[in-house]
Design a protein around this ligand. Structure first.
Ligand code: PEP
Length: 258
């Protein structure tokens, strides 16, 4: 990580876990266990039905609420969808876009990811754009090509000043929820590649200022090595974000890096 140029972000992805009654006790325990000084931006990306409860409980704290998906449309007859302005209205600050589970189970395309990014930016919500290869793509030596394609597609049509408002999360699909983490070297080389893609398609200042997170079975034991890498500016954390004590340890580990 490089605090001089970029925000350090630890974002939990609760996926479809937890109930409204879990929110207050979770956050109380998390706040109690977190380091006193602000060491990173802490985000809880929760199911949309919990967002209001989270934003209310976390008002005046250092923790902000994120969402896990957003509609590619502004408003209208889209049953079940939630728009970017609705998220902004309830003080959701970040939103995951293009998570591999959305791409896999809901056939989300790169075109939709790019549309969602634009809607979020217009509403003032920070997109956390997920990219990452499958095991087969890695074995075929296609990791860089695929991640380059996904990154370029998600950022297409944006100006550099908008790209600077985005966060990218490198999440190798084979590492998500499997307990199999990318090595620090594997994660660093792909995150560095993503930064190069941003530099080549926008400019050096933009590449330097975009926070790039690693996601895929990150936990309190492996986070230090991953976060020590120069191009990894934080984590997107699934399973380990469900336990407040574990999440607090990951947040605490960001203290050690300048
Ligand atoms: C995720 O789904 O974004 C994720 C990284 O999950 P896990 O930490 O459980 O691998």
């Amino acid at each position: 990580m490089n605090r001089k140029y970029r925000k350090v972000i630890i974002a939990g992805n609760w996926k479809m876990n937890k109930l409204a009654s879990d929110v207050r006790p979770f956050l109380q325990e998390l706040r109690g266990a977190m380091p006193k000084a602000k060491t990173c931006d802490t985000v809880i990306c929760a199911p949309a039905v919990l967002a209001t409860s989270i934003t209310r409980t976390m008002r005046d704290t250092r923790i902000v609420c994120g969402a896990q998906d957003v509609s590619e449309h502004d408003f209208g007859a889209y049953t079940g969808e939630i728009s970017a302005s609705m998220l902004a209205d309830i003080e959701v600050r970040y939103c995951i876009v293009g998570h591999s589970e959305r791409r896999q189970y809901h056939n989300e395309t790169d075109f939709q990811v790019s549309a969602k990014v634009k809607k979020l930016l217009s509403a003032g919500v920070t997109p956390i754009i997920c990219v990452g290869e499958s095991l087969l793509q890695r074995e075929y030596g296609l990791t860089f090509d695929y991640v380059t394609y996904q990154t370029k597609a998600a950022l297409s049509g944006l100006e550099a000043k908008d790209v600077r408002k985005c966060v990218i999360a490198y999440e190798p699909i084979w590492a998500i929820g499997t307990g199999k983490t990318a090595t620090a070297i594997q994660a660093q080389e792909v995150c560095a590649k993503i930064r190069t893609v941003i530099r080549d398609n926008f400019d050096a200042r933009t590449a330097r200022s975009v926070s790039i997170l690693y996601g895929g079975s990150m936990n309190s034991k492996n986070c230090a090595e991953l976060l020590a890498q120069p191009d990894i500016d934080g984590g997107l954390i699934g399973g380990s974000s469900l336990d407040p004590a574990e999440l607090a340890k990951i947040i605490e580990s960001t203290v050690d890096f300048e």
